[in-house]
Design a protein around this ligand. Structure first.
Ligand SMILES: [Zn+2]
Ligand SMILES: [Zn+2]
Length: 343
């Protein structure tokens, strides 16, 4: 996108020292040592300190493990309830949001009331209007087409539970990866995605913040074409939500390679939110960073200072009208031309 504003931001390595050094937690044992994840286990630390850092870094993989165990072995009455995914998703978000209190990554990303209210608004919007639109305009027609064309994927019903979950994660993420990449490559779609890049700090619920058109587009998937048990789908949705929430959260967990090679982390995604537009052209996968690694769009690094267009924070109204700004500007220009003509 050549049209993007030129930014004078320092390289992301320097950004870290600008914001990251101000952490003022009362517990010095848990102070974060960015930007290199290996520092979390750094030489010179006491054994207790290193153990705490290891445990903190294991929080995201442990969360995913608990989610898998719940959906695989939880009480049937809970698992089969259609509202269980809403409750599980909400509890996961509350858990990660609460971690920001105890394991803050950057003081500059600390949540205030305005940020919290905005984030909450978008979480509710995503779980109501966006979810409804996605179901009525995309999922239901796709299911109807599948039915009328006689498409069946009985083989998917025969897979082991964990492979069914992996299949859902891959189908969802592969679609989202390409949608996200197109949004960065094609201006009409970028105009819908740019508001998400205008956020100036990262927090647990920030993944839900964006223009409603973008939120709808990114929700589209071909998953409805597959026959799969509800528990496997809900497990995958819960994992994707947890990984994405951690990837946006102000939490100083830097998960070990067995997790970060496959799943997107805050390091990967904060780099994607860099001020410098060229630095955002990487790490597109919302949750499955493995796709970026395979398709050559992975980049190592992280950024503590985030936000497009010289870090201009947008209000909810500005986020809503953002894609229409060129049209509004064109109409205003036309009106400006019309006024002298009328005289
Ligand atoms: Zn993006
Ligand atoms: Zn994001």
């Amino acid at each position: 996108m050549d049209e993007q504003p030129a930014c004078n931001a320092a390289p992301s390595g320097d950004m870290q020292s600008i914001v990251g050094g101000g952490h003022s937690s009362g517990n010095p044992d848990l102070s974060y040592s960015p930007p290199n994840a290996r520092n979390a286990y750094g030489a010179g630390d006491g054994d207790g300190n290193a153990l705490k850092k290891t445990l903190v870094n294991l929080v995201p993989p442990a969360t995913v493990a608990v989610i898998v165990l719940f959906w695989a072995f939880g009480p049937r009455s809970w698992i089969d309830n259609p509202w269980s995914i809403v409750v599980a998703g909400a509890l996961t978000t509350i858990f990660v949001q609460a971690l920001e209190w105890f394991l803050e990554r950057h003081e500059g990303w600390r949540l205030d009331r305005r940020e919290f209210a905005t984030d909450l608004f978008y979480v509710i919007l995503s779980n109501t209007a966006i979810s409804w639109a996605s179901s009525k305009l995309a999922e239901d027609p796709l299911k109807a087409a599948k039915h009328s064309l006689g498409i069946t994927t009985e083989w998917a019903m025969q897979l082991p539970f964990i492979l069914q979950v992996a299949l859902v994660i891959f189908v969802m993420e592969f679609g989202q990866y390409w949608m996200h990449r197109i949004m960065h490559d094609w201006r009409p779609f970028w105009l819908t995605h740019a508001p998400h890049h205008h956020i100036t700090q990262l927090n647990a619920m920030k993944g839900a913040v964006g223009n409603p058109i973008e939120l709808f587009l990114i929700s589209l998937s071909v998953l409805a074409l597959f026959d799969l048990p509800q528990a496997a789908e809900f497990c995958a949705f819960n994992i994707l939500g947890a990984v994405s929430t951690f990837a946006h959260a102000n939490v100083r967990s830097d998960p070990p390679p067995f997790y970060s090679f496959v799943f997107t982390t805050i390091r990967h995604h904060s780099l994607h939110h860099s001020v410098k537009y060229e630095d955002t052209r990487c790490n597109y996968a919302n949750s499955l960073i493995l796709i970026d690694r395979v398709l050559g769009t992975y980049r190592e690094g992280e950024s503590a200072i985030v936000g497009q267009d010289e870090r201009k924070r947008l209000s909810i109204w500005e986020q809503f009208i953002f894609p229409f700004q060129p049209t509004i500007a064109w109409i205003k220009a036309k009106q400006g031309e019309a006024v002298p003509a009328a005289n």
